[in-house]
Design a protein around this ligand. Structure first.
Ligand code: SF4
Ligand code: SF4
Length: 180
């Protein structure tokens, strides 16, 4: 029996119009429901605090590894902003990238520059922060196991807060979707 390969899906909100519609809708829902968004806003604050706490370690890991890397991960990354990424950026009033990193699965991330990613760390898709490549993981575990444990703990906290943020948002906007 011949097994048919399923073609990879397109990235979420891959076109300029879908990207703009997604962002406008999230922004509008936040504005309309601001008074009910405490849980989501608190979770988004925690995420930003946690992200900022690990960026110095991530920067320190990148400095000796990324500029010399023979196979930079960003060149092959099939990455895009998901709903929680956009919700976080909107709730924290952070800069939103002008489009998804890729519009098709065959493309290379449009935010790669000559000296690495051109987006601020805080404004990148979560997957870009969460991914520690084998070389960096090995280095951190060997040189500083306590920092490795700490970064794993912070990653888990961020994942949990992302869930709380999304739940809080959905609960807050429910009255606008009373047919559900
Ligand atoms: S994170 Fe790892 S794989 Fe990616 S560019 Fe840096 S050293 Fe290379
Ligand atoms: S958004 Fe930045 S970190 Fe993420 S894949 Fe693109 S260049 Fe790399």
């Amino acid at each position: 029996m011949k097994i048919k390969n399923t073609p990879p899906a397109l990235p979420l909100w891959h076109s300029p119009s879908l990207w703009s519609e997604a962002n406008n809708t999230i922004a509008e829902l936040i504005d309309k429901n601001l008074e009910n968004l405490n849980q989501a806003i608190m979770a988004a604050h925690e995420i930003e605090k946690n992200l900022n706490s690990i960026f110095p370690v991530v920067n320190r890991l990148c400095m000796p590894t990324c500029p010399m890397c023979p196979d930079p991960c960003c060149l092959n990354a099939k990455i895009w902003f998901d709903f929680k990424d956009l919700l976080f950026l909107h709730l924290q009033r952070l800069v939103i990238a002008p489009s998804q990193p890729i519009g098709k699965m065959s493309e290379t991330c449009r935010y790669i520059g000559h000296h690495g990613c051109t987006l601020d760390r805080i404004a990148r898709p979560w997957m870009c922060t969460w991914y520690l490549c084998p070389s960096q993981t090995g280095r951190l575990r060997k040189d500083c196991p306590s920092e490795y444990d700490n970064i794993q703990r912070v990653f888990n906290d961020i994942k949990s807060e992302r869930g709380k943020m999304e739940d809080g948002f959905i609960t807050a906007i429910m009255p606008h979707f009373s047919f559900l």
